[in-house]
Design a protein around this ligand. Structure first.
Ligand code: IDP
Ligand code: MG
Length: 137
C-alpha cells in the first residue's frame, strides 16, 4: 500500500465539484485516510509549494491556492502516487486525456482542479505538512 497527498483546489470547490471528485476517487478504489477543508494562508501555500519558489508562476499559484477553501486529503491504494496522477491527468487541462479529472473539472493550467504528489519523498513531505500521524485513520 502507498499513500499520496491530494487537494481539491479552490476553483473546483468554488464550482461545487467536491462531490463529483470524491465520487471519482472512491470509484477508482482509493481509501481516504484523512480529509479536511481549509483555506490556506498565503504563507502556508508558499511553504507547500516551496519547490516552485523560483518559478514565474509562484506568486499567482500561491495567490490562487489561498483564494478560497480547499479539500486536503491523504489517499491510499497500491501505487497510489502514480494512480492518482493518472486519474488527475496532465497539469494543463487542455492537454489532459479524456476521462481525467483535470480534463473534466479544470479550466486552465493555473486553475486545474486538483493536486497530487509526484514522488514518495514529496508525498511524505506534503502529508506531514498538513496532517499529524494521529489524524491518519
Ligand atoms: P502538477 O500539479 O501537475 O504536479 P507542477 O509542475 O508541480 O504540476 O506545478 C504545480 C502547479 O503550478 C500546477 O498544478 C499548476 O496549477 C501550476 N503551474 C504549473 N505550471 C504552470 C505554468 O506554466 N503557468 C501557471 N501555472 C502553472
Ligand atoms: Mg507537482
Amino acid at each position: 500500500m502507498e499513500r499520496t497527498f491530494a487537494i481539491i483546489k479552490p476553483d473546483a470547490v468554488g464550482q461545487h465539484m467536491i462531490g463529483q471528485i470524491l465520487d471519482r476517487i472512491e470509484t477508482a478504489g482509493f481509501q481516504t485516510r484523512a480529509m479536511r477543508m481549509a483555506r490556506l494562508t498565503k504563507k502556508e501555500a508558499e511553504g507547500f509549494y516551496a519547490v516552485h519558489r523560483e518559478k514565474s508562476f509562484f506568486g499567482g499559484l500561491t495567490d490562487f491556492m489561498s483564494s478560497g477553501p480547499a479539500v486536503l486529503m491523504v489517499l491510499e491504494a497500491p501505487d497510489a502516487i502514480r494512480r492518482w496522477r493518472d486519474l488527475m491527468g496532465a497539469t494543463d487541462p487542455a492537454k489532459a486525456a479524456p476521462g481525467t479529472l483535470r480534463k473534466a473539472f479544470g479550466t486552465s493550467i493555473d486553475r486545474n482542479a486538483t493536486h497530487g504528489s509526484d514522488a514518495p519523498e514529496t508525498a511524505a513531505y506534503e502529508i506531514g505538512y498538513f496532517f499529524s500521524g494521529i489524524e491518519l485513520i
